[in-house]
Design a protein around this ligand. Structure first.
Ligand SMILES: NC(=O)c1ccc[n+]([C@@H]2O[C@H](COP(=O)([O-])OP(=O)(O)OC[C@H]3O[C@@H](n4cnc5c(N)ncnc54)[C@H](OP(=O)(O)O)[C@@H]3O)[C@@H](O)[C@H]2O)c1
Length: 258
């Protein structure tokens, strides 16, 4: 019987590499910044390499611990290239944070296929492609790894008006459990977990509601979460000892009623 494990804390990840998708803004930017502060190397990805580079430079001015990569997660070749860049620079990825995501609110009776396609391709398929590439990388390196999906409270219950977005986040929740079972079946030490936030003040709502004014209203009705609150949940998950796998963290603003 195995009795030893790692202690609680981030020390085990010092000098290890995390790839964070959607690191140009909001939650992904906060996670990338927080992991750099913990002594990790960070590969940040989004469609805007320049914006990711600015985010990373603020936390890692000499650029020794970070790399900004242009990557649209809908593009399989671009995802493969991002992982290749991470291998070339840092030797491979130990942690993947599948954060890139977006929503378009709207009724199913009048939805636009291009918006549905984008949500499915980014929130679900892109997440699967990144996961597959990360697993191959982690296994080739023979080490322990961790994958964290940024889901949503919209994946735990269906908010009114969430249309296809809620379905994509329910898919993320299902994919978390599918991968957990797959890893156990394979006897693999890689861990999988999900963080599901409620309202977080980011660029999300303006895009989701197609209105800066509605986004302001959403974020001012009560004290909503900040991106760094979600980053703290990610750090908690990572910091758990080897024998502890946090499966899901549901994180609402205290005053959020739904
Ligand atoms: N904010 C909330 O209230 C909330 C609540 C629950 C869950 N979430 C989830 O949290 C995650 C992060 O969202 P956020 O709130 O931080 O929103 P955000 O501020 O709009 O940031 C979204 C990030 O995703 C990236 N992204 C979008 N499409 C992409 C693509 N095709 N390829 C690569 N990156 C792409 C964006 O980068 P580029 O535009 O530069 O590519 C950006 O970095 C999402 O999965 C979202 O569903 C948010």
């Amino acid at each position: 019987m195995k009795t030893s494990s790692t202690p609680h804390g981030m020390a085990r990840w010092t000098g290890k590499t995390a790839l964070v998708t959607g690191a140009s803004n909001g939650i992904g930017a906060a996670i990338a910044t927080r992991l750099l502060a913990e002594g990790m190397r960070v590969v940040g990805c989004s469609r805007s390499q320049e914006t990711v580079a600015d985010v990373l430079a603020a936390a890692d001015p000499d650029g020794e611990a970070s790399l900004a990569v242009a990557c649209d997660v809908r593009d399989e070749a671009a995802v493969k290239a991002a992982f290749a860049a991470a291998r070339e620079r840092f030797g491979g990825v130990d942690v993947l944070v599948n954060n890139a995501g977006l929503g378009h609110a709207g009724p199913l009776a009048a939805g636009e296929v291009e918006q549905w396609r984008e949500m499915l391709e980014v929130n679900v398929l892109g997440l699967c492609i990144c996961t597959r590439e990360a697993l191959a990388d982690m296994r080739a390196r023979g080490g322990r790894g961790q994958i964290i999906h940024i889901g949503s409270m919209a994946g735990q219950r269906v908010p009114a008006g969430a249309g296809l977005y809620a379905a994509t986040k329910h898919a993320v929740r299902a994919l978390t459990e599918s991968l957990r079972m797959e890893l156990r079946e394979a006897g693999d030490p890689i861990r999988i977990g999900e963080v599901c936030p409620g309202f977080v003040e980011t660029g999300f709502a303006a895009h989701y509601l197609k209105s800066e004014e509605k986004a302001r209203q959403t974020y001012s009705q009560f004290k909503v979460l900040e991106s760094r609150d979600v980053a703290e949940a990610v750090v908690y998950m990572l910091a758990c000892p080897d024998h502890v796998q946090v499966h899901d963290i549901l994180l609402r603003p205290t005053e959020q009623p739904t």
